[in-house]
Write a protein that binds this ligand. Structure first.
Ligand code: RIB
Length: 313
Protein backbone atom coordinates (compact mmCIF):
# COMPACT_ATOMS: atom_id res chain seq x y z
CA UNK A 1 0.00 0.00 0.00
CA UNK A 2 2.82 2.38 0.86
CA UNK A 3 4.42 1.68 -2.50
CA UNK A 4 1.17 2.40 -4.35
CA UNK A 5 0.51 5.54 -2.30
CA UNK A 6 4.05 6.84 -2.92
CA UNK A 7 3.45 6.55 -6.67
CA UNK A 8 0.05 8.25 -6.48
CA UNK A 9 -1.63 5.02 -7.57
CA UNK A 10 -5.24 4.06 -6.80
CA UNK A 11 -6.91 4.40 -3.45
CA UNK A 12 -7.03 0.77 -2.35
CA UNK A 13 -10.20 1.35 -0.35
CA UNK A 14 -12.25 2.74 -3.23
CA UNK A 15 -13.79 0.38 -5.79
CA UNK A 16 -12.42 1.30 -9.18
CA UNK A 17 -13.49 -1.63 -11.31
CA UNK A 18 -15.67 -4.73 -11.27
CA UNK A 19 -14.35 -7.63 -13.31
CA UNK A 20 -17.05 -10.21 -14.05
CA UNK A 21 -15.18 -13.21 -15.38
CA UNK A 22 -14.03 -16.79 -15.26
CA UNK A 23 -12.12 -18.54 -12.51
CA UNK A 24 -10.35 -21.72 -13.62
CA UNK A 25 -8.09 -24.36 -12.24
CA UNK A 26 -5.37 -24.73 -14.84
CA UNK A 27 -4.03 -28.28 -15.24
CA UNK A 28 -0.79 -27.64 -17.07
CA UNK A 29 0.89 -30.56 -18.85
CA UNK A 30 4.45 -30.00 -19.93
CA UNK A 31 5.01 -31.70 -23.31
CA UNK A 32 7.83 -31.79 -25.84
CA UNK A 33 5.33 -31.05 -28.62
CA UNK A 34 1.58 -30.43 -28.78
CA UNK A 35 -0.36 -33.67 -29.11
CA UNK A 36 -1.39 -34.35 -32.73
CA UNK A 37 -4.59 -35.83 -34.16
CA UNK A 38 -4.70 -39.58 -33.40
CA UNK A 39 -1.55 -39.43 -31.23
CA UNK A 40 -1.20 -40.58 -27.61
CA UNK A 41 1.53 -38.60 -25.91
CA UNK A 42 3.10 -38.97 -22.46
CA UNK A 43 3.52 -35.64 -20.68
CA UNK A 44 6.73 -34.71 -18.85
CA UNK A 45 4.98 -33.27 -15.78
CA UNK A 46 1.66 -31.89 -14.58
CA UNK A 47 1.09 -28.86 -12.34
CA UNK A 48 -2.07 -27.14 -11.12
CA UNK A 49 -2.22 -23.33 -11.14
CA UNK A 50 -4.87 -20.68 -10.52
CA UNK A 51 -6.12 -19.26 -13.80
CA UNK A 52 -9.07 -18.22 -15.92
CA UNK A 53 -8.94 -15.04 -17.97
CA UNK A 54 -11.20 -13.35 -15.43
CA UNK A 55 -9.15 -14.23 -12.36
CA UNK A 56 -5.84 -13.49 -14.10
CA UNK A 57 -7.02 -10.04 -15.16
CA UNK A 58 -8.35 -9.22 -11.68
CA UNK A 59 -5.00 -10.12 -10.19
CA UNK A 60 -3.11 -8.03 -12.73
CA UNK A 61 -5.46 -5.05 -12.20
CA UNK A 62 -5.03 -5.27 -8.45
CA UNK A 63 -1.23 -5.69 -8.59
CA UNK A 64 -1.04 -2.70 -10.92
CA UNK A 65 -2.34 -0.61 -8.02
CA UNK A 66 -6.12 -0.24 -8.20
CA UNK A 67 -9.02 -1.56 -6.17
CA UNK A 68 -10.85 -4.45 -7.85
CA UNK A 69 -14.05 -6.38 -7.22
CA UNK A 70 -14.15 -9.78 -8.91
CA UNK A 71 -17.59 -11.22 -9.79
CA UNK A 72 -18.04 -14.83 -10.82
CA UNK A 73 -18.77 -18.36 -9.65
CA UNK A 74 -16.65 -21.19 -8.21
CA UNK A 75 -17.56 -24.70 -7.07
CA UNK A 76 -17.84 -25.47 -3.37
CA UNK A 77 -15.71 -28.61 -3.58
CA UNK A 78 -12.68 -27.26 -5.44
CA UNK A 79 -12.88 -23.47 -5.69
CA UNK A 80 -11.02 -22.57 -2.45
CA UNK A 81 -7.62 -22.22 -4.04
CA UNK A 82 -8.96 -19.62 -6.50
CA UNK A 83 -10.78 -17.57 -3.87
CA UNK A 84 -7.73 -17.64 -1.62
CA UNK A 85 -5.45 -16.44 -4.41
CA UNK A 86 -7.74 -13.47 -5.16
CA UNK A 87 -8.03 -12.59 -1.49
CA UNK A 88 -4.30 -12.92 -0.81
CA UNK A 89 -3.60 -10.41 -3.57
CA UNK A 90 -6.27 -8.03 -2.24
CA UNK A 91 -9.08 -8.48 -4.76
CA UNK A 92 -12.54 -8.08 -3.19
CA UNK A 93 -14.51 -11.34 -3.60
CA UNK A 94 -17.90 -10.22 -2.24
CA UNK A 95 -19.44 -10.87 -5.68
CA UNK A 96 -17.98 -14.35 -6.13
CA UNK A 97 -20.65 -17.01 -5.52
CA UNK A 98 -19.76 -20.45 -4.18
CA UNK A 99 -21.99 -22.94 -5.98
CA UNK A 100 -22.64 -26.68 -6.18
CA UNK A 101 -21.38 -27.03 -9.76
CA UNK A 102 -17.78 -27.87 -10.56
CA UNK A 103 -15.26 -25.05 -10.79
CA UNK A 104 -14.24 -24.27 -14.37
CA UNK A 105 -10.96 -25.70 -15.52
CA UNK A 106 -8.49 -25.59 -18.37
CA UNK A 107 -6.33 -28.39 -19.71
CA UNK A 108 -3.18 -26.71 -20.95
CA UNK A 109 -0.35 -28.23 -22.96
CA UNK A 110 2.83 -26.20 -22.61
CA UNK A 111 5.65 -27.10 -25.00
CA UNK A 112 9.40 -26.59 -24.59
CA UNK A 113 9.22 -23.19 -26.32
CA UNK A 114 6.71 -22.01 -23.69
CA UNK A 115 3.77 -21.94 -26.13
CA UNK A 116 0.43 -23.39 -25.15
CA UNK A 117 -2.80 -25.02 -26.33
CA UNK A 118 -5.79 -24.56 -24.04
CA UNK A 119 -8.94 -26.67 -23.74
CA UNK A 120 -11.63 -25.11 -21.54
CA UNK A 121 -14.29 -26.70 -19.38
CA UNK A 122 -16.67 -23.86 -18.42
CA UNK A 123 -18.24 -25.51 -15.31
CA UNK A 124 -19.51 -22.89 -12.82
CA UNK A 125 -18.41 -20.05 -15.14
CA UNK A 126 -21.09 -20.91 -17.66
CA UNK A 127 -23.80 -21.34 -15.04
CA UNK A 128 -24.19 -17.55 -14.84
CA UNK A 129 -27.92 -16.93 -15.34
CA UNK A 130 -29.99 -13.76 -15.66
CA UNK A 131 -31.20 -13.61 -11.99
CA UNK A 132 -27.55 -13.74 -10.81
CA UNK A 133 -26.72 -10.91 -13.20
CA UNK A 134 -29.75 -8.91 -11.99
CA UNK A 135 -28.44 -9.21 -8.43
CA UNK A 136 -24.90 -8.24 -9.45
CA UNK A 137 -26.11 -5.28 -11.49
CA UNK A 138 -28.13 -3.96 -8.53
CA UNK A 139 -24.67 -3.00 -7.16
CA UNK A 140 -23.63 -1.14 -10.33
CA UNK A 141 -23.25 2.62 -10.01
CA UNK A 142 -23.12 5.05 -12.91
CA UNK A 143 -19.49 5.75 -13.74
CA UNK A 144 -18.23 2.34 -12.55
CA UNK A 145 -15.96 0.37 -14.87
CA UNK A 146 -16.87 -3.21 -15.76
CA UNK A 147 -14.33 -5.54 -17.36
CA UNK A 148 -15.56 -8.58 -19.29
CA UNK A 149 -14.01 -11.49 -21.18
CA UNK A 150 -15.85 -14.28 -22.98
CA UNK A 151 -15.45 -17.30 -20.69
CA UNK A 152 -18.82 -16.82 -18.93
CA UNK A 153 -22.44 -17.30 -19.98
CA UNK A 154 -24.97 -14.55 -20.74
CA UNK A 155 -22.35 -11.96 -21.71
CA UNK A 156 -24.76 -9.88 -23.88
CA UNK A 157 -27.20 -9.61 -20.96
CA UNK A 158 -24.51 -8.41 -18.53
CA UNK A 159 -23.51 -5.77 -21.05
CA UNK A 160 -27.10 -4.60 -21.50
CA UNK A 161 -27.51 -4.24 -17.71
CA UNK A 162 -24.24 -2.32 -17.47
CA UNK A 163 -25.23 0.03 -20.30
CA UNK A 164 -28.62 0.67 -18.60
CA UNK A 165 -26.80 1.55 -15.36
CA UNK A 166 -24.39 3.97 -17.05
CA UNK A 167 -21.37 1.74 -16.41
CA UNK A 168 -18.26 2.01 -18.64
CA UNK A 169 -17.51 -1.31 -20.32
CA UNK A 170 -14.09 -2.73 -21.16
CA UNK A 171 -14.38 -5.81 -23.37
CA UNK A 172 -11.73 -8.45 -24.01
CA UNK A 173 -13.66 -10.68 -26.46
CA UNK A 174 -11.59 -13.76 -25.82
CA UNK A 175 -12.08 -16.59 -26.65
CA UNK A 176 -14.02 -15.41 -29.69
CA UNK A 177 -17.32 -17.08 -30.56
CA UNK A 178 -20.90 -16.23 -31.57
CA UNK A 179 -21.73 -14.94 -28.06
CA UNK A 180 -19.33 -12.02 -28.63
CA UNK A 181 -20.94 -11.18 -31.95
CA UNK A 182 -24.34 -11.06 -30.18
CA UNK A 183 -23.06 -8.33 -27.80
CA UNK A 184 -23.75 -4.59 -28.19
CA UNK A 185 -20.06 -3.99 -28.96
CA UNK A 186 -20.71 -0.52 -30.39
CA UNK A 187 -21.47 0.65 -26.87
CA UNK A 188 -18.29 -0.47 -25.16
CA UNK A 189 -15.77 2.16 -24.07
CA UNK A 190 -12.65 0.06 -24.68
CA UNK A 191 -12.04 -3.13 -26.63
CA UNK A 192 -8.80 -5.08 -26.22
CA UNK A 193 -8.19 -7.98 -28.55
CA UNK A 194 -5.66 -9.78 -30.73
CA UNK A 195 -5.40 -9.77 -34.53
CA UNK A 196 -7.38 -13.00 -35.03
CA UNK A 197 -10.23 -11.79 -32.84
CA UNK A 198 -10.18 -8.38 -34.53
CA UNK A 199 -10.39 -9.89 -38.02
CA UNK A 200 -13.33 -12.03 -36.94
CA UNK A 201 -15.22 -9.13 -35.33
CA UNK A 202 -14.72 -7.05 -38.48
CA UNK A 203 -15.78 -10.00 -40.69
CA UNK A 204 -12.50 -9.92 -42.67
CA UNK A 205 -11.52 -12.89 -44.81
CA UNK A 206 -8.13 -11.54 -45.89
CA UNK A 207 -5.24 -10.63 -43.57
CA UNK A 208 -4.51 -6.88 -43.46
CA UNK A 209 -1.66 -4.91 -41.84
CA UNK A 210 -1.95 -4.28 -38.10
CA UNK A 211 -2.47 -0.49 -38.35
CA UNK A 212 -5.11 -0.99 -41.05
CA UNK A 213 -6.82 -3.54 -38.83
CA UNK A 214 -6.86 -1.16 -35.86
CA UNK A 215 -8.37 1.56 -38.11
CA UNK A 216 -10.94 -0.89 -39.45
CA UNK A 217 -11.99 -1.66 -35.86
CA UNK A 218 -12.25 2.04 -35.07
CA UNK A 219 -14.44 2.50 -38.17
CA UNK A 220 -16.75 -0.33 -37.06
CA UNK A 221 -16.89 0.91 -33.44
CA UNK A 222 -16.47 4.70 -33.64
CA UNK A 223 -17.14 5.35 -29.94
CA UNK A 224 -14.72 2.72 -28.70
CA UNK A 225 -11.03 3.02 -27.89
CA UNK A 226 -9.13 0.14 -29.45
CA UNK A 227 -6.14 -1.78 -28.12
CA UNK A 228 -4.86 -4.32 -30.62
CA UNK A 229 -2.38 -6.77 -29.11
CA UNK A 230 0.20 -8.19 -31.51
CA UNK A 231 1.98 -10.84 -29.41
CA UNK A 232 5.74 -10.50 -29.72
CA UNK A 233 5.26 -7.49 -32.04
CA UNK A 234 3.77 -5.45 -29.18
CA UNK A 235 0.47 -3.58 -29.22
CA UNK A 236 -1.35 -0.64 -30.83
CA UNK A 237 -3.65 1.85 -29.12
CA UNK A 238 -6.03 3.83 -31.27
CA UNK A 239 -8.15 6.74 -30.09
CA UNK A 240 -9.74 9.43 -32.28
CA UNK A 241 -7.66 8.42 -35.30
CA UNK A 242 -4.31 8.57 -33.46
CA UNK A 243 -2.26 5.41 -33.15
CA UNK A 244 0.30 4.77 -30.42
CA UNK A 245 2.59 1.77 -30.98
CA UNK A 246 4.24 -0.12 -28.13
CA UNK A 247 6.99 -2.65 -28.91
CA UNK A 248 7.19 -5.76 -26.77
CA UNK A 249 10.21 -6.39 -24.53
CA UNK A 250 12.22 -9.45 -25.53
CA UNK A 251 12.94 -11.89 -22.73
CA UNK A 252 13.64 -15.62 -22.43
CA UNK A 253 10.25 -17.36 -22.73
CA UNK A 254 9.26 -19.96 -20.14
CA UNK A 255 5.46 -19.91 -20.39
CA UNK A 256 3.25 -17.52 -22.39
CA UNK A 257 0.05 -18.44 -20.49
CA UNK A 258 -1.68 -15.30 -19.13
CA UNK A 259 0.75 -12.86 -20.76
CA UNK A 260 -2.25 -11.29 -22.53
CA UNK A 261 -4.24 -11.16 -19.29
CA UNK A 262 -1.30 -9.52 -17.52
CA UNK A 263 -1.10 -6.92 -20.30
CA UNK A 264 -4.85 -6.24 -20.06
CA UNK A 265 -4.87 -5.89 -16.27
CA UNK A 266 -1.79 -3.65 -16.15
CA UNK A 267 -2.97 -1.50 -19.05
CA UNK A 268 -6.38 -0.74 -17.57
CA UNK A 269 -5.10 -0.55 -14.00
CA UNK A 270 -2.67 2.11 -15.17
CA UNK A 271 -5.32 3.99 -17.20
CA UNK A 272 -7.71 4.00 -14.23
CA UNK A 273 -4.86 5.25 -12.03
CA UNK A 274 -4.74 8.29 -14.31
CA UNK A 275 -1.74 7.42 -16.47
CA UNK A 276 -1.52 8.42 -20.13
CA UNK A 277 -2.13 5.64 -22.70
CA UNK A 278 1.55 5.61 -23.74
CA UNK A 279 2.67 5.12 -20.12
CA UNK A 280 -0.01 2.48 -19.53
CA UNK A 281 1.05 0.61 -22.69
CA UNK A 282 4.68 0.58 -21.65
CA UNK A 283 3.85 -0.61 -18.15
CA UNK A 284 1.56 -3.34 -19.56
CA UNK A 285 4.27 -4.50 -21.98
CA UNK A 286 6.81 -4.72 -19.15
CA UNK A 287 4.38 -6.67 -16.95
CA UNK A 288 3.61 -9.11 -19.79
CA UNK A 289 7.33 -9.58 -20.51
CA UNK A 290 7.96 -10.50 -16.88
CA UNK A 291 4.96 -12.87 -16.90
CA UNK A 292 6.34 -14.95 -19.78
CA UNK A 293 9.56 -15.61 -17.85
CA UNK A 294 7.59 -17.47 -15.16
CA UNK A 295 5.49 -20.64 -15.09
CA UNK A 296 1.71 -20.71 -14.69
CA UNK A 297 -1.09 -18.21 -15.26
CA UNK A 298 -1.92 -16.21 -12.11
CA UNK A 299 1.39 -17.02 -10.32
CA UNK A 300 3.34 -15.45 -13.20
CA UNK A 301 1.72 -12.00 -12.80
CA UNK A 302 4.32 -9.62 -11.35
CA UNK A 303 4.00 -7.05 -8.56
CA UNK A 304 4.05 -3.36 -9.53
CA UNK A 305 7.40 -2.90 -7.80
CA UNK A 306 9.00 -5.43 -10.16
CA UNK A 307 7.23 -3.98 -13.23
CA UNK A 308 8.14 -0.36 -12.51
CA UNK A 309 11.76 -1.32 -11.83
CA UNK A 310 12.03 -3.52 -14.92
CA UNK A 311 14.65 -2.43 -17.46
CA UNK A 312 14.69 0.98 -15.82
CA UNK A 313 18.48 0.91 -15.63
O1 RIB B 1 -5.47 -16.55 -20.74
C1 RIB B 1 -5.00 -17.67 -20.05
C2 RIB B 1 -6.14 -18.39 -19.38
O2 RIB B 1 -7.01 -18.89 -20.39
C3 RIB B 1 -5.74 -19.60 -18.57
O3 RIB B 1 -5.46 -19.27 -17.23
C4 RIB B 1 -6.93 -20.54 -18.74
O4 RIB B 1 -7.63 -20.80 -17.58
C5 RIB B 1 -7.81 -19.88 -19.79
O5 RIB B 1 -8.88 -19.24 -19.24
Amino acid sequence: RDYYASRGLGDVYKRQIINCGSLNLDYVYSVDHMVQKGETLSSISMETFCGGKGLNQSIALCKSGISVYHAGRVGRTNGDMLLKMLEDVGVNTDFVSIVEEETGHAIIQRNLAGDNCILLYGGANIGIEKPWIDELSSHFEAGDYLLLQNEISNLPYIMEKAIDAGVHIILNPSPMDQQVLDCPIKQVDYIILNEIEAAEICGLVRKIKDEQLARKLAESFPNTKVILTLGEKGALYLEKGNIIRQESFHVPVVDTTAAGDTFTGYFFGSILSGMKPETALQRAAKAAAIAVTKKGAAPSIPEALEVDGFFSE
